[in-house]
Write a protein that binds this ligand. Structure first.
Ligand code: CO8
Length: 372
């Protein structure tokens, strides 16, 4: 069975936080902390907090702003995290709401309705609750049949989800798969830590995967192959989990949110990602220089430039490897799908492309596609 990607969708939250706004809030928070702990700092029992800077953020990461679902909370120096109203059990949950928005766009692009979908995968770095699965709530909200399930492979959730979608269509267990990536990263970052407060943004992407013989969309992409790899690392870690309250520790302790050794991740993941993509292309009978466009994970501008340099042996621009992290920041698993969604319409029939994610785990996933 030939399998195609026949539609994508993107939900972009209504609020923007610029680096200047982010840094102003953080620096005010740091000042307040230093005032509150002035005696301990003077006695040498506590380190004074040091300010963040817009220049550092832009130079180290390439990020200029991020979209968020709620901006007053993270910008309130006496709070420093978003404020989301709890919803009743019979209301659509926030993760499902943004997934349905992106899903409707992807279905419209594919010329389908929810009733055509017989498998829903909700693939994201964090789930709003343990159960019922977000995917089953989304399945119900769009009027899909079949079945749905959640999966989490951190930043590689979308590419790992795409492989499950492609294999389900190939094996006959589904005809039309909706794969969504609602990433509410604003609720898992530590806005009070200058090492990472700038990294993430909220977003949701959606992809429709189906057999070539049922696809009617104007734009279609043959999936030539998918390849997944993982290698255990503690360099990116979040210890939040359902056993926290039984461990009698501080539920607000620093290890219960995203943390990383950024420099180590950068150094270790660049060669892994380049070798992974190269091996995948070779196995499919292609060379890295045959690829018209790379839609890479969006974590760090310099990281993507280095991966490409290793792959094609020269500096490449946005035409070969488009960047979206300047506008969206790191959106975890959604980043490479945003790049694909926004920068694929201009490719010609027969053009080859690679969607590739890399992140916590470590995990790497590549999807090689060709425009029909
Ligand atoms: N302002 C000013 N100075 C700062 C700031 C700041 N905000 N933050 C740090 N500094 C200082 C540091 O303290 C340090 O000072 P000193 O030299 O005196 O010790 C100096 O700046 C340099 O710090 P770093 O070495 O940390 O700076 P880097 O140049 O390495 O840049 C980055 C930090 C931007 C984090 C960079 O290392 C990076 O991007 N690495 C790649 C990491 C990455 O891609 N990780 C993957 C992210 S995880 C992911 O994408 C998905 C995971 C999904 C998890 C699920 C949750 C969403």
């Amino acid at each position: 069975t030939r399998v195609v990607i026949s539609g994508t969708g993107l939900f972009r939250p209504p609020h923007v936080i610029s680096n200047a706004e982010l840094v102003a809030a953080y620096n005010r928070y740091a000042e307040l902390q230093n005032e509150q702990h002035a005696a301990a700092i003077a006695a040498g029992e506590r380190q004074a907090m040091v300010p963040s800077s817009v220049e550092f953020i832009e130079k180290a990461s390439g990020i200029k702003q991020r979209y968020v679902l709620e901006k007053d909370g993270p910008l309130d120096p006496t709070r420093m995290y978003p404020r989301f109203a709890p919803r009743a059990d019979d209301e659509l949950s926030l993760m499902a709401e943004i997934a349905v928005d992106a899903a409707q766009q992807a279905l419209a692009a594919a010329g389908k309705t929810g009733a055509d979908v017989d498998m829903v995968i909700c693939a994201a770095s964090n789930m709003q609750r343990a159960y019922p699965a977000m995917a089953i709530e989304i399945q119900q909200a769009i009027g899909a049949g079949g079945f749905g399930f959640d999966m989490n492979v951190a930043c590689s959730s979308a590419t790992f989800g795409l492989e499950q979608a492609v294999n389900a269509v190939k094996s006959g267990s589904a005809k039309c798969v909706l794969m969504v990536n609602p990433e509410i990263t604003s609720a898992h970052i530590e806005w009070r830590d200058r090492d990472c407060h700038f990294i993430f943004g909220d977003v949701c992407t959606a992809v429709v995967v189906e057999a070539a013989d049922t696809a009617t969309a104007a734009q279609q992409w043959d999936v030539l192959g998918t390849r997944l790899a993982t290698k255990f690392s503690n360099a990116i870690r979040n210890n939040f989990g359902f056993m926290n309250s039984c461990e009698d520790g501080d539920p607000d302790a620093r290890d219960k949110k995203f943390r990383q050794e950024g420099r180590r991740v950068f150094k270790e993941v660049v060669p892994m990602a380049a070798a992974h993509i190269e091996a995948h292309l070779t196995a499919l009978g292609h060379e890295s220089t045959d690829v018209r466009r790379y839609w890479l994970h969006q974590a760090n501008l310099g990281m993507n430039q280095l991966v490409l340099k290793k792959l094609v042996n020269r500096e490449v621009g946005a035409d070969i490897a488009p960047l979206i992290l300047d506008e969206y920041a790191n959106t975890a698993s959604a980043g490479s799908i945003i790049a694909f969604h926004e920068h694929s319409a201009d490719l010609a029939s027969g053009d080859l492309g690679v969607i590739c994610s890399f992140g916590a785990g470590y995990s790497i996933g590549s999807v090689v596609v060709r425009k029909r």
